[in-house]
Design a protein around this ligand. Structure first.
Ligand code: CTP
Length: 474
């Protein structure tokens, strides 16, 4: 079959500029990789465009910049022989076509100049090796030596070379295969899958940052469980998230079993992904039960228990983020908080009192809706009656949150009477008594004894002060 022209993919005037720059330098240039793949898949205009030059990618980038209005700055990465420039909100990456061989110990390649075909050979997947010509004589022509188009149509992830070579050249590609399978809902071809299993332990040479990038992309897919199930199946998961592997399996003692918390977790992640695109809430879903493996006990009366798993899990979140070199900032704290509080609304659902709801809002603060979203996603029972009942209970909790919040404003709680006022009223220096009174006011508000208002709180303060023997200074 004659390759069709994809000139429609090259409407953006930048492509003609690149073409002109290449012909000024008397070299061939092509668009390759994600841009072509996503155009054919109709995934919307990409923000990153990869250009291959048969010759120097750096010189091509410099010539393109010269032709563009404003002559955008070219960033050169000499070690990799690549250059980058930004134009009209698009990032253009330039690279010279190369033949490569990777060393056993690192993913840094030894580079040699090559043809377009050499360059396509060393790419990760057939669907990422598609190239469109930017050369005058065949502008828009598709160059597809491995029939990547058929793989795109049939939803297949396949390596251009023997998968053992492609994966051991750059082990990150094992994760990329799983990530693309998850994002695009494609299937990894069976030899490729077997090669991932064989090469899994080489993932150890890949930097944590790159691994986390792939995990984040998996988590942001429509159905993230697909990726994590594949990580499990291929044996990659123990090198990346052993905490999840430890959740897998069902124990039985005296005829009593517990659910498989690994597969349950994956269901929770899929559930939450229908409700939110927030990466960190999805991370919280993925990690919400990790404390269950180290806390699992069998008790003759109670059966299987996971006592304090939320607390243990929250501590594990910190270690996991640290190990994976993830940010140890407010995002990590948010995930910890979600894990720590993940059972709170459940305990509440059977008996929705105002004071319990007030405490929940007080403790969860601005994250109370996220916490409810997590708890709803946590409902994975296959019993339709129970499913309905649990959801209805959580709806009651949600309604109550709105009602209590409107009335009592305990989210972002600020004590209605300040420490300063307490000191002034009772003529106190900074002391334990001030803390006692402040806490008592907070407790009285949360318990619903007094409204969250200044007058009521002041009156309560005077009463409390008198109780502990303080006198008013007037
Ligand atoms: N590539 C590769 N091996 C890698 C990384 C990238 O062969 N480990 C090649 C692929 O041809 C890929 C191109 O480099 O298409 C660009 O890589 P990148 O920008 O990381 O990925 P995209 O395919 O553009 O996809 P996405 O933006 O979704 O990551």
């Amino acid at each position: 079959m004659v390759n069709p022209s994809y000139i429609s993919a090259l409407q953006n005037p930048i492509f003609r500029t690149i073409s002109k720059a290449a012909s000024n330098l008397n070299l061939e240039s092509y668009v390759i990789g994600g841009y072509v793949r996503d155009y054919i898949l109709n995934r919307g205009e990409a923000k990153d465009i990869d250009i291959v030059a048969v010759g120097s990618g750096i010189e091509l980038a410099q010539e393109v910049s010269r032709l563009l209005p404003g002559k955008p700055k070219v960033s050169v990465f000499k070690t990799y022989g690549t250059a980058m420039l930004k134009s009209g909100g698009i990032e253009l990456e330039f690279v010279g076509a190369r033949k490569e061989s990777y060393s056993e110990e690192s993913r840094n390649p030894a580079v040699e100049n090559g043809s377009l075909a050499d360059d396509q050979n060393r790419r990760d997947f057939t669907i990422n090796a598609l190239a469109l010509s930017l050369n005058d004589e065949n502008f828009g022509k598709l160059l597809d030596p491995f029939n990547g188009i058929a793989d795109l149509e049939n939803h297949i992830i396949r390596t251009p070379l023997d998968p053992d070579i492609t994966y051991s050249d750059d082990p990150l590609r094992m994760l990329r295969a799983i990530r693309f399978a998850t994002q695009l809902n494609f299937i990894i071809e069976k030899d490729s899958l077997a090669a991932i299993k064989r090469n899994a332990k080489r993932i150890k040479i890949i930097s944590k940052e790159r691994i986390v990038d792939e995990l984040n992309k998996m988590l942001l897919a429509d159905v993230p469980s697909k990726g994590f199930a594949l990580l499990h199946k291929t044996g990659l998961l123990p090198y990346i998230l052993p905490e999840l592997v430890a959740l897998q399996g069902i124990d039985e003692k005296e005829g009593q079993t517990h659910k498989d918390n690994f597969w349950h977790t994956l269901e929770v992640v899929d559930n939450i992904s229908k409700a939110t695109d927030d990466l960190w809430l999805r991370w919280a879903a993925l990690l919400h039960d990790i404390g269950k493996a180290p806390t699992k006990r069998f008790d003759k009366k109670l059966g299987w228990t996971f006592h304090t798993h939320e607390f243990v899990g929250a501590k594990m979140v910190y270690k996991l983020f640290k190990r994976l070199k993830m940010p140890l900032n407010d995002k990590m704290k948010f995930v910890q908080k979600m894990v720590l509080m993940s059972s709170r609304p459940i305990a509440l659902a059977s008996d929705v009192t105002d004071s319990a709801v007030r405490r929940l809002i007080f403790d969860a603060g601005e994250n109370v809706e996220d916490l409810m979203t997590l708890c709803e996603a946590d409902i994975t029972t296959k019993n339709p009656k129970k499913f309905k009942k649990y959801h209805a209970n959580f709806q009651l909790v949600r309604d109550k949150i709105v009602e209590v919040e409107e009335r009592d404003h305990v989210r972002n709680f600020q004590p209605p009477v300040s420490g300063e006022e307490i000191m002034k009223t009772f003529n106190l220096k900074p002391s334990r008594e001030i803390g006692l009174i402040k806490d008592a006011i907070k407790e009285a508000i949360l318990e619903g004894e007094i409204p969250n208002e200044y007058e009521a709180a002041k009156e309560f303060m005077l009463k409390k002060g008198a109780e502990i023997g303080l006198t008013i200074d007037d």
